[in-house]
Design a binder for this molecule. Structure first.
Ligand code: NDP
Ligand code: ZN
Length: 177
């Protein structure tokens, strides 16, 4: 097939689906995990008007290194330097304790590239909407509320790159969990 952004996108979706094959979301239905990265890219295209292919690929791949055996070398080989950099910017350091990772997300958000900020905002929108539908099993009301407070601190640091995502987030935080 000739080189095409559509082909690139299909390769990306297929790669991510294969990588997340054994993973499920933390909801009662145990939704296949791939629905999440696809949903994040869907938000970017349909709700934020983002047409940049590398950003959409970054969204589709954003949890592959954090949550599966995928390496950055592998991403680099398949999808090139720019897509890999976006994923890297959206990946927590697994060697750090969970609380430290959460603190670093807040601290680092303002210093990320515009493309990574877009993915991070859409990622939080997807997760916050999930939490508005139902709390994951074992989550107290308080834990859901804390997630909203933390997510706002992260997305506040991503402001200035897409007004539509900012408006969606403002609506979500106004409504709350
Ligand atoms: P987690 O980081 O454990 O879970 C939230 C993440 O799960 C989301 O960012 C999302 O990440 C993913 N996810 C999968 N399914 C869903 C879904 N249906 N809805 C929303 N998100 C989903 O939780 P916290 O951030 O709250 O906690 C981090 C740490 O702090 C944990 O170790 C926890 O034990 C501790 N903690 C405990 C509390 C308690 O009350 N016991 C309160 C607060 C924190 P992705 O985009 O990567 O899929
Ligand atoms: Zn995610």
């Amino acid at each position: 097939a000739p080189p095409s952004p559509l082909g690139d996108l299909l390769q990306t979706i297929t790669f991510a689906a294969e990588k997340h094959i054994h993973q499920r979301r933390k909801n009662a239905l145990k939704t296949p995990y791939i629905n999440h990265p696809l949903g994040v890219a869907h938000i970017l295209w349909f709700e934020a008007g983002v047409e940049d292919i590398a950003t959409l690929q970054g969204a589709i791949l954003h949890d592959t290194v954090e949550d599966t055996d995928t390496t950055f070398e592998e991403l680099e080989r398949h999808f090139g330097a720019e897509v890999t950099r976006i994923v890297k910017e959206c990946t927590d350091d697994k060697h750090l304790p969970k609380m430290e990772r959460k603190r670093l997300q807040i601290e680092n958000a303002p210093h990320k590239s515009d493309k990574a900020k877009l993915v991070k905002m859409a990622d939080k929108i997807y997760n916050l909407r999930d939490l508005q539908k139902e709390a994951p099993e074992g989550w107290t009301r308080e834990r859901v509320e804390e997630y909203f407070v933390w997510a706002k601190k992260v997305t506040d640091g991503c402001k200035g790159v897409n007004g539509r995502l900012e408006a969606i987030l403002a609506g979500i935080y106004a409504k709350g969990p």
